[in-house]
Design a protein around this ligand. Structure first.
Ligand code: PTT
Ligand code: SF4
Length: 610
């Protein structure tokens, strides 16, 4: 095999032993890499009912056939495991030298099994792996731990770390790299912490072998030039994802006060222009010519890389209207290794619970100092409130009782990301059907929806959601390449089959990649059904707040979602995917996608419809 290394490294922390799986072309062609490999490994190798924070869970770091090879924005990897936040399949995507060095070390993926009884970090270097003592790193922030490891293993090492939140098993702890890249929202950092694994360091000296290296280099050069010539390139380089704040405000989808409104009165103080005034540098992932990491000087005079989601969820969602203060919260979350989105959502939930008299000693809307303290309390699980919120808003609301469940903004236990959907049913469906719980990564349909018949519950919205899931959640997450060249600058999707051909020698069409995406989606749905012992439509239902409480401000004042309309769209969605009315893949669908083994295993748990 070319393009792929054909090798997956397994490291068992309980026995301190490694083994290499030399997998065949069938695995490569059916699952491609990244999320595809992760889903296959978790389905096949993690026993049903495994405790996500126990040694049976496996933590997968998976690259794809383009990772680390010349080509636009190919320095990314997927981190996946059974999620301690949702109990289902969980993954995230982060850009890091670690992606490149994993491949240079000779592997397409690393799977960490078992658990250590004391703190360690894993060094994967040119085909070999070793668990090394990490007593001196345990307890350190992600930034400090990475700096020390970099001193030890050199500037070029690829390093993934967890912070105190991961060590303390906060259910939305994330994995961090390069002081500003973070991935694995559904608690991948906590899975690392449960294995007493502080960090993974990759060092490699051999580039992966491409099928036609000269052609790949030529294509990559052309592709980079194409990206740089796009009309939106200049503005993107100025603002990156931060341009979304202004857009979200204008379209009344900017999450405000725990997703109560879609407009924020101080939006202009946290938008891309406000960011530009505080900007001091720009950085990003390897192999990228449209780097979007805008570094600002925060209110405590420290540098921090900011992104739309971080600023929306820790800014407008908490009613904090000062970009430099919000940036402090962003930096703290990065250092603690806490997902900014879930943390912002959890603190917003606490603020609303306090306002409604369901909790005491909660921060008031807009109270930066109290939010700052609470962020640390969550990471260290300090005090009653810190402990409660460390569980995520689903569990926290269940503990507080039914009234609180009405304003817990999550799907399947994963907190919703930065888009209010009171007046956006298509995006609500995207959140409802995302394969990891509420995340926009699979189908950011809202940018299209606000330009169309926005309030409609229509079949074309369902088709658009599936189309996007195929491209974003399927193609980009299995390749594993950054999707932003396509989304933000209109880089043509047809580049990818050409890049794949030069990298691997395999000819694929976009339709082939979409079928592969459907296979991965069906497998992930099967995984959820297996873990939950069945399925019901409520699991794919957006937060109650969007159905029960109207917007009181902005152009969509008075709007909320209609449950009948949403239910219709969900039925069309299941039908188009070949899933039954409960949301369970049909036997014929699994067989058509080459998942007959999955069909027979699943039929022992639920009755599968033809
Ligand atoms: C992603 C989610 C996002 S989506 C953001 S900002 W975004 C948040 N970033 C966090 C952060 O930072 N620190 C932190 N402590 N927690 C954070 N949680 C949030 O995590 C990121 C970019 C961005 S910026 C986006 S949209 C795109 N995401 C991609 C994706 O998912 N797949 C893909 N093939 N390409 C993508 N390109 C873009 O990458 P999760 P990164 Mg992230 C500091 O991880 O779990 O997927 O959640 O990876 O390297 O930081 O790049 O407005
Ligand atoms: Fe990374 Fe941003 Fe470049 Fe994507 S566009 S590869 S997220 S720096």
């Amino acid at each position: 095999m070319l393009g792929w290394t054909g090798r997956i490294l397994f490291y068992d922390l309980s026995r301190r032993r490694s083994r290499v799986w030399e997998y065949d072309g069938d695995m490569a062609l059916k699952f491609f890499g990244g999320r595809g490999y992760a889903a296959k490994i978790l389905w096949d190798m993690v026993p049903r009912g495994a405790d996500p924070l126990g040694p049976e869970n496996k933590l997968v770091f998976a690259a794809g056939p383009l990772t680390g090879l010349p080509g636009p924005s190919t320095g990314k990897l997927v981190v996946a495991a059974k999620s301690p936040l949702t109990g289902g399949y969980g993954d995230g995507n982060l850009g890091s030298l670690a992606a490149v060095q994993l491949r240079r070390a000779g592997f397409d993926a690393l799977v960490v099994e078992g658990a250590s009884d004391r703190p360690v970090y894993l060094l994967v270097e040119d085909g070999k792996a070793e668990a090394l003592d990490a007593d001196d790193l345990w307890g350190l922030s992600t930034f400090e731990a990475e700096r020390r490891l970099r001193e030890r293993h050199g500037k070029g090492a690829g390093i993934l770390v967890i912070g105190p939140a991961g060590e303390n098993l906060v259910r939305y702890a994330t994995v961090v790299s390069q002081e500003g890249r973070a991935g694995g929202r559904p608690g991948m950092g906590a899975v690392m912490g449960s294995k007493k694994l502080k960090a993974v360091v990759f060092v490699g000296s051999k580039d992966p072998e491409a099928a036609d290296p000269a052609e790949l280099k030529r294509l990559a050069r052309e592709a980079y030039e194409d990206i740089k010539s796009k009309p939106g390139y200049g503005f993107w380089m100025r603002q990156g994802t931060m341009m979304t704040v202004q857009w979200a405000q204008e379209n009344s989808v900017l999450p405000t006060r725990n997703f109560s409104e879609g407009v924020f009165e101080e939006a202009s103080s946290i938008d891309g222009y406000a960011m530009e005034k505080a900007k001091i540098a720009q950085r990003g992932c390897p192999l990228c010519v449209m780097t979007c990491g805008n570094v600002v000087r925060d209110a405590e005079e420290s540098p921090v890389e900011v992104d739309y989601e971080n600023i929306a969820m820790l800014g407008s969602n908490l009613a904090i209207g000062d970009i430099r203060r919000v940036a402090v919260l962003n930096r703290l979350a990065d250092m603690l290794g806490l997902d900014t989105i879930s943390a912002g959502n959890a603190i917003g939930f606490a603020m609303e619970a306090g306002e409604k008299g369901l909790l005491s000693d909660t921060p008031e809307w807009g109270d930066f100092d109290a939010a700052r303290r609470l962020l640390e309390d969550i990471a260290y699980r300090r005090g009653e409130l810190g402990e409660l919120l460390s569980l995520g808003v689903k569990r926290a609301s269940e503990k507080l009782g039914r009234e609180a469940e009405r304003f817990a903004v999550h799907v399947k236990g994963l907190e919703v990301t930065g888009y209010d959907c009171h007046a956006a049913p298509g995006m609500a469906l995207a959140f409802g059907t995302s394969p990891i719980g509420a995340h926009h990564k699979d189908a950011w349909v809202i940018a299209w929806e606000v330009k169309t018949d926005r309030l409609a519950y229509s079949r074309d919205k369902v088709e658009k959601v599936i189309w996007m899931q195929r491209i974003r959640g399927g193609m980009f997450e299995t390749l594993v390449a950054c999707r932003l060249p396509w989304i933000e600058l209109g880089f043509d999707l047809n580049w990818y089959p050409r890049l794949i051909k030069a990298a691997t020698g395999v000819s694929v069409t976009l339709d082939d990649l979409f079928e592969l995406a459907d296979r991965v989606y069906a497998l992930i749905r099967a995984y959820w059904v297996r873990e939950f012992g069945g399925w019901s439509r409520e699991m794919d239902w957006p937060p109650r707040k969007w159905f029960e409480t109207e917007l009181t401000k902005g152009p969509y004042k008075g709007h909320k979602l209609d449950p009948d309309g949403y239910g219709r769209m969900l039925s069309w969605y299941y039908e188009a995917r070949g899933w039954d009315e409960r949301g369970v893949p049909r036997k014929s669908t699994l067989e058509r996608l080459g998942l007959s083994d999955v069909a027979s295993a699943l039929s022992e748990i639920v009755s599968l419809k033809e």
